[in-house]
Design a protein around this ligand. Structure first.
Ligand code: ADP
Ligand code: MG
Length: 257
């Protein structure tokens, strides 16, 4: 089982990138489980099968724990998505009350307690994690032995590179204890001036590199309007090719690690 965490600043394109990566990996014949680790709980909205949606979202693990307590089953929290994918949303607390990372910790504990990985036997697990603050639950994927590989989605914008650097430092901090490996940056272009050079430079400072440059594309929005990934909505498009190439590069990077 390949266990990958995709980190990055809020709004940078983690969920879009991760969902398309899941769909592309599924098209390669792999079984993929995507676990949304962001209190926004919208990681899998373009990946999940529409029948599973309640008020436009799938129920989160945190919500389901509240409702069903110990009667919770895997079917309450794991939902089928495009192709051979499975979707989970950790969820988050009511804004203003409680810690946002708690949803992630609870979700991880429940998935383990209910033997999700043994039951579904995914080839790849992708954790889509908000990386603005790498503390508490948000550090769980890199700390608890959950993810073996970490990729960071960033643009050339300073705030997203700042977040990327924090994540790189956190992984390095845990690194010598045999946990996750920092496998590189995914540049999700915002088309700012000199973007590639800026991110290459930043990657060097993190002792890392760019795994894949994704262009900014209107096709993402077109697919999103149908609540689908680009891979599903526009499989022949240029952007679908980019996401398939991302899948290939991620698998190569994982193999090389
Ligand atoms: P995050 O999960 O990091 O908070 P999202 O994946 O939800 O961010 O992306 C935020 C918005 O950016 C989405 O509405 C999406 O349409 C847009 N977006 C992401 N990547 C691209 C891209 N490569 N080209 C165009 N739009 C993009
Ligand atoms: Mg997201």
């Amino acid at each position: 089982m390949i266990k990958i965490a995709v980190y990055g600043k809020g709004g940078i394109g983690k969920s879009t990138t991760t969902s398309n990566l899941s769909a592309a990996l599924s098209d390669l014949g792999l079984k993929v489980m995507q676990v949304g680790c962001d209190p926004k709980a919208d990681s899998t909205k373009n990946l999940v099968r529409k029948e599973a949606l309640v008020n436009g979202k799938i129920p989160t693990v945190l919500d389901q724990i509240k409702q069903k307590g110990k009667n919770l089953t895997l079917e309450d929290i794991v939902f089928p998505g495009y192709g051979n994918t499975l979707c989970v949303e950790a969820g988050g607390p009511t804004p203003g009350i409680g810690c946002a990372g708690r949803g992630i910790i609870a979700a991880f504990e429940e998935l383990e307690r209910l033997k999700a990985y043994e039951t579904y036997e995914p080839d790849v697990v992708l954790y889509d994690v908000l990386g603005d603050v790498v503390c508490g639950g948000f550090a769980m994927p890199i700390r608890g032995g959950y993810a073996d590989h970490v990729f960071v989605v960033t643009s050339g914008e300073m705030m997203s590179l700042y977040a990327a650097n924090n994540i790189a430092s956190a992984v390095r901090g845990f690194g010598n204890r045999g946990y996750a490996k920092f496998n590189g940056l995914i540049l999700n272009s915002r088309n700012i001036e000199n973007e590639r050079n800026i991110v290459e430079q930043a990657a060097q400072e993190m002792e890392s590199h760019i795994v894949k440059i994704l262009p900014r594309s209107g096709e993402v929005q077109t697919a999103e309007d149908e609540r689908k990934t680009v891979i599903e909505a526009l499989p022949e498009s240029d952007m679908a090719k980019e996401y398939r190439d991302l899948a290939k590069k991620v698998l190569e990077a994982v193999k090389a690690a």
